[in-house]
Design a protein around this ligand. Structure first.
Ligand code: CP3
Length: 347
């Protein structure tokens, strides 16, 4: 039994006493307690050691007081499990030395047995659930197939993912074959996360906004839909497709319980597009957490009012930045708790 199930109830559209709050990329990055572990262990070593993944997952729950834990891992463990080499270069980001470019490269990619290749994630989840002991729910996650393809083809981070797009437009059949392999792997992986104890799942489509609305449907959403469908009888799903606000209506129609939005769309406009049967999550500009605390408080209040009470999960519009002071993150979380309690009482 969960002591704090605000997130799950809000995702289901139930009435709660206040708005739940967590922050994307809350595990890691800005916490001094995380930096200590980063100096001692490699990135994938942290992901692959259940005790370390557990410790990092719990840090923001214990230090910042968020209403949900998110598993410490990375979306890039999926391409790794599918047979690609993935490294993380300090202060540069992901690097895949042998990216997918042609049909012959696809021979190196497989839909793996997730228990063999990603069993360490399931072990971490079991340990985290035990250590959380019902305090807050645990969010599992994976990248959307399109966002994973971006890294598999481009081989590194990019602002435009031009090579990944060229791959989709020049070799569409190959691209769809790869997207389907990623989708099949992701479904098995997320079902494994749920079986291990994840209470809800977020799908990160960080690069969904790089596609036109029609291409978003063809290259991204049709695969996300398969994932949402596969999980629909198990746990609520949240889709976060950054920048793809044009497809909120289509995303709501997948049956997802929650939709993440970034700060480039007004909450009321997002509500109009998404309809009333879905929970919205977001959408504080992460850079605004660098403002003085009184400004953060005022802006959080404005955000809560713009969403209105109910069917809202307070969050950032993208991941927290590494240089955010911990007391600013805490001010964000505390203000959501205090102000939304007042707002809900006025209803
Ligand atoms: O939310 C959480 O705190 C849980 C852990 C988590 C990480 N990555 C840990 C991480 C999650 C949910 C992710 C998702 C992820 N990873 C995404 C989607 C979300 C988004 O922000 O758009 C993407 C695109 C990646 C790929 C990735 N991993 C990049 C681009 C980088 C480098 C720079 C950075 O910090 O974003 C990573 C490395 C990474 N993943 C770090 C952490 C804490 C930083 C590396 C380190 O601290 O050693």
């Amino acid at each position: 039994m969960l002591q704090n199930d605000l997130l799950l109830r809000t995702l289901k559209g139930e009435t709660t006493e206040r708005t739940p709050v967590w922050m994307m990329r809350q595990a890691g990055r800005y916490l001094p307690e995380y930096i200590v572990l980063r100096k001692k262990y490699g990135f994938f070593e942290r992901c692959q050691t259940p005790e370390l993944a557990c410790e990092i997952t719990l840090q923001p729950v214990n230090i910042v007081g968020v209403d949900a834990a998110i598993l410490f891992s990375d979306i890039l463990v999926v391409p790794q499990a599918m047979g690609l080499e993935v490294e993380l270069i300090e202060s540069k980001g992901p690097n895949l030395p042998n990216p997918i470019k042609t049909v012959s490269d696809l021979i190196r990619v497989r839909v793996p047995d997730v228990n063999e290749t990603l069993g360490y994630v399931f072990d971490a989840i079991k340990l985290i659930k035990q250590e959380l002991n019902g305090r807050v729910p645990l969010i599992g996650f994976a990248g959307a197939p399109w966002t994973i393809l971006c890294y598999m083809v481009q081989g590194k981070g990019s602002k435009t993912f031009d090579e990944a797009k060229a791959f989709c437009y020049m070799q569409p059949q190959l691209a769809h074959q790869l997207l389907q392999m990623i989708t099949d792997t992701t479904i098995a992986y997320l079902k494994g996360q749920v079986a291990a104890g994840a209470d809800t799942i977020q799908i990160f489509d960080s690069w969904g906004g790089l596609l036109s609305p029609d291409d978003f449907e063809d290259i991204s959403l049709q695969y996300i839909r398969q994932i949402v469908n596969a999980l629909k009888d198990e746990v609520p799903t949240i889709i976060f497709a950054k920048g793809a606000w044009h497809s909120l209506e289509a995303m709501a129609a997948t049956g997802a319980a929650g939709l993440g939005i970034d700060w480039c769309i007004h909450p009321q406009m997002a509500r109009k597009f998404a309809g009333n049967n879905v929970t919205l999550q977001g959408n504080f500009d992460p850079a605004k957490l660098l403002s003085p605390i009184p400004v953060i408080k005022k802006e959080v209040k404005n955000m809560l009012q713009a969403f209105g009470p109910g069917r809202h999960v307070a969050n950032l519009g993208h991941g927290i930045l590494p240089n955010v002071p911990v007391d600013h993150a805490k001010a964000f979380v505390d203000t959501v708790k205090e102000e939304s309690t007042k707002l809900y009482a006025q209803q």
